[in-house]
Ligand binder design. Structure first.
Ligand code: PNS
Length: 160
C-alpha cells in the first residue's frame, strides 16, 4: 500500500491546494491530507474547521482522507505508515523554504521521501494568507478558494 501525506496549514484550503490533491491522489493508493500547526503561525481558522473544509471539497476523491495532527510531521507520517510527503512548489522562493524542511524531515524519518509537485501555473500566485486578507476586506475570492467554502471563509476572516 503506497501512502502519501500532503501536509500543510490549510488556513484555509485554496484552489492551489486542491489542484495538488487532485493530481497527487491518483499516484498513490491513499493520500492523507494532514492539517498541521506551523510553528510560527498559529493561524486564523480552528484546526477542526480547516480539516472539515478539506473533507467537504475532497469528498469525491475516494482514496483521500483528511486528519489533523499537533506535533512533528515526521512523527505523524511514520505513525501512518507513509512512504512519501508531498509538498507543492509555486516558485524558487518556495523551494528555498522547502528544501531545508525536507532535509530536516529526512533526518527525523529516513525512510520517508519528500516529493515536490509543481503547482499548475494558474494557481501559482495563490496563498492562504492572501485569501484571508481579501476575504477580511470583503473582496472577491471566487477564483482563489473553493466556491462551496466561500461564505464560511468570509465569516471566519471577518475582523472581530
Ligand atoms: O502550509 P504550510 O504552512 O507551508 O505548512 C507547513 C507545515 C505545517 C507542513 C510545517 O510547518 C510542519 O510540518 N509543521 C509540523 C511541525 C514540524 O514537523 N516541524 C518541523 C518541520 S522541519
Amino acid at each position: 500500500m503506497r501512502i502519501a501525506i500532503f501536509p500543510g496549514s490549510f488556513d484555509p484550503v485554496t484552489n492551489g491546494h486542491l489542484d495538488i490533491i487532485r493530481r497527487a491522489s491518483p499516484l498513490f493508493d491513499r493520500l492523507l491530507v494532514a492539517v498541521l500547526v506551523h510553528p510560527t503561525k498559529p493561524g486564523t481558522l480552528p484546526l477542526p474547521t480547516r480539516a472539515d473544509m478539506i473533507r467537504r471539497v475532497t469528498a469525491g476523491l475516494p482514496n483521500v482522507d483528511v486528519e489533523q495532527f499537533t506535533g512533528l510531521l515526521a512523527t505523524y507520517a511514520a505513525s501512518r505508515g507513509a512512504q512519501v510527503i508531498i509538498r507543492g512548489l509555486r516558485s524558487a522562493g518556495d523551494f528555498a523554504y522547502e528544501a531545508p524542511m525536507a532535509w530536516l524531515n529526512s533526518g527525523l524519518a529516513k525512510e520517508i521521501e519528500t516529493l515536490f509537485m509543481l503547482t499548475s501555473p494558474q494557481y501559482a500566485y495563490i496563498t492562504s494568507s492572501a485569501v484571508r486578507e481579501i476575504a477580511a476586506l470583503g473582496g472577491d475570492i471566487s477564483h482563489l478558494a473553493p466556491k462551496a467554502l466561500q461564505n464560511e471563509i468570509y465569516a471566519a476572516c471577518k475582523p472581530k
